[in-house]
Design a protein around this ligand. Structure first.
Ligand code: ADP
Length: 368
């Protein structure tokens, strides 16, 4: 007796047809010979194909015409079973798409039975909303900057006694207001910098520097706040290694400052922070490891997104923007490096950064 009766087969096919014909995402399935085995109506609309066009070559040419920036050949070859999919962003006629190439295995994973599913999603609406949000943040931040700067100087003059003598109590309150105003200015500046990064307007001035010197400088700056909190700082670096790199020193300094300040900020009194520098291939790898509050597992996936702060961090340190790590990752990646972390709640976190050193300068240039 057949495993699947013809009737059951028809029912299953009808169910599948309902799904594939009504979904908003475009789907195309190719076999190992690059023949199109399946294309759903949404994909036909996206590729501006007739309802009946069935020739594989015509479909693939239409795909390439619609998304000239996608290297179809490389993506089909590169799709591997069970591997996480790279999401490609493509723009076409003022619409934005996300495209994934997934390898689906028929049986036992033999090449003959491998199919590639091309998944296309129109993300124009999301992109427009993101753009509007970003424009809104930028307008608000610009509008806030001028009054905050004015307030800073008025408070400064009051504290300096320019408008007459102050009692100790008056001075203390004004100092508190000054500090809060400074925090607001930092937040506004971070919002504008994040917006510049997001829109690709961040400017980089590259020069050859010693990454070791930069790390040591930042350590020197962070040291007083670590001392105040009785946090031990341990620095490890191979002797005589300078790790020369071609970077924007002020941006990489901001990266290191952010990571180090975080590790001090999110570690309890008496804790330890380790900064380790080592060669990793042609990169320098910097590890910043603490035994602080750690990051809850369920929130780790969001840690590099804008404005995200984990619950335990908010409890420990109510003020914070959640913009630092977003900028850290972007800046490092735009220097051709990588940034990632491992963390366990209540045990600690380790943030890792790699930066190409000068030997590799010609291969891995800044991507902006
Ligand atoms: P902020 O520190 O202003 O909140 P960041 O972007 O620098 O913003 O960090 C985002 C979030 O990542 C923090 O709010 C915190 O939840 C988490 N985080 C970053 N560094 C650490 C660390 N060393 N230990 C624990 N949590 C951290």
């Amino acid at each position: 007796m057949p495993l699947f009766s013809a009737r059951k087969f028809q029912v299953e096919k009808a169910k599948l047809d309902i799904v594939t014909e009504n979904m908003r995402e475009g789907a195309i399935v190719l076999n190992a010979k690059r023949e199109v085995l399946f294309i759903n109506p949404a994909a036909r609309v996206m590729l501006e194909l007739g309802r009946t066009e069935a020739k594989s070559a015509a479909i693939l040419i239409a795909f390439q015409k619609k998304f000239p920036s996608v290297d179809l050949n490389r993506c089909v070859i590169g799709a591997k079973p069970k591997e996480s999919q790279e999401v490609l962003s493509a723009e076409s006629d003022s619409s934005f798409y996300e495209i994934r190439f997934c390898c689906v295995s028929g049986d036992g994973g033999s090449d003959k039975n491998q199919y590639v599913l091309i998944w296309m999603e129109d993300v124009t609406e999301t992109k427009i909303l993101e753009r509007r949000k970003s424009e809104f943040v930028s307008v608000v931040a610009h509008q806030l900057r001028t009054p905050l700067s004015g307030l800073k100087w008025t408070l400064h003059m009051l504290i300096s006694g320019d408008f007459g003598n102050l009692t100790d109590e008056q001075r203390t309150f004004l100092m508190k207001s000054y500090e809060n105003n400074e925090r607001m200015i930092t937040l506004v500046n971070d919002m504008l910098a994040a917006d510049r990064i997001e829109s690709g307007r961040m400017k980089y001035t590259l020069m050859r520097i010693s990454v070791r010197d930069l790390v040591e400088n930042v350590l020197f700056e962070v040291f007083p706040s670590a001392q105040r909190r009785k946090i031990k700082i341990d620095f490890q670096c191979p002797p005589k290694e300078n790790f020369p790199a071609f970077v924007d020193p002020s941006k990489i300094r901001a990266v290191l400052q952010n990571l180090l300040e975080n590790s001090v900020k999110y570690t309890m009194k008496g804790g330890t922070v380790l900064i380790k520098m080592e060669a990793s291939g042609t990169d320098v790898k910097i590890t910043i490891k603490d035994n602080g509050i750690g990051i809850p597992k369920e929130q780790q996936a969001q840690i590099f997104t804008r404005f995200f702060r984990a619950g335990n961090a908010v409890k420990m340190e109510p003020s914070g923007s959640g913009l630092g790590l977003y900028m850290v990752k972007k800046i490092v990646e735009q220097h051709g490096g990588k940034c990632w972390f491992t963390s366990e709640e209540k045990k600690g976190s380790a943030f890792y950064v790699t930066i190409p050193t000068v030997a590799q300068e010609n291969n891995k240039k800044i991507t902006l």
